[in-house]
Ligand binder design. Structure first.
Ligand code: ATP
Ligand code: MG
Length: 180
């Protein structure tokens, strides 16, 4: 499984439709300060279900919507789609390509789509659980994360290993079953 493409319109500084192709060989994104490099990783975490506005460097979820510039009016919706190659079927879904979409409107409404079909956030978190990709999975190491891992409690550190080993979903299912 690997990241193929990121498409967005209206997310943070991306007022125009932007498509980033992660063709083989792409290993870095470079650009001047404030040009939107971190906004790309924010978009990836957001579409995978990030719920914390603070962790997306804003104060409320509406802050992810393009707020306007000197030459452009603000927009009313932010839309991000992540396309993943799933030919190895690492994601437990019967598709060779998986497109995950998240949209949020200024009115506060939001929606998630899986291969263009409306779905719940839970469907997305379940799909990515134990895959290594997810809003907090080990494939995304944000600034300060290494220090955080080293200084965290052993139980917290354990969950990173559990996700890598692929046992987290069984633990969550067990917990859910015990609650019922
Ligand atoms: P650095 O090299 O300093 O880390 P960067 O390339 O990572 O920079 P980002 O943090 O991705 O830059 O982009 C910041 C820019 O995004 C700022 O100019 C900010 O004004 C703009 N921005 C953030 N949110 C919005 C929004 N909702 N609407 C419009 N512009 C936004
Ligand atoms: Mg940055």
């Amino acid at each position: 499984m690997f990241l193929k493409k990121l498409e967005t319109v209206g997310f943070k500084s991306f007022a125009e439709r932007v498509s980033v192709d992660f063709v083989p060989g792409v290993t870095a994104v470079v650009g001047p300060n404030g040009s939107g490099k971190s906004n790309i990783t924010d978009a990836i975490r957001w579409v995978l279900g990030e719920q914390s506005a603070k962790s997306l460097r804003g104060s409320k979820m509406e802050d992810v919507i393009f707020s306007g510039s000197d030459t452009r009016k603000g927009l009313n919706v932010a839309d991000v789609t992540l396309v993943l190659d799933n030919q190895d079927h690492q994601l437990p879904i019967d598709y060779d390509e998986v497109a995950v979409t998240r949209r949020v409107y200024r009115s506060g409404e939001s929606e998630y789509l899986l291969n263009k079909q409306s779905c719940r956030l839970k469907d997305i978190t379940d799909l990515f659980m134990d895959s290594g990709l997810g809003k907090e999975a080990f494939s995304i190491i944000s600034q300060g994360k290494v220090e955080e891992i080293l200084s965290s409690k052993s139980e917290e550190r354990r969950s990173i290993f559990e996700e890598a080993a692929g046992v987290l979903k069984y633990k969550k299912r067990k917990l859910n079953a015990q609650k019922k």
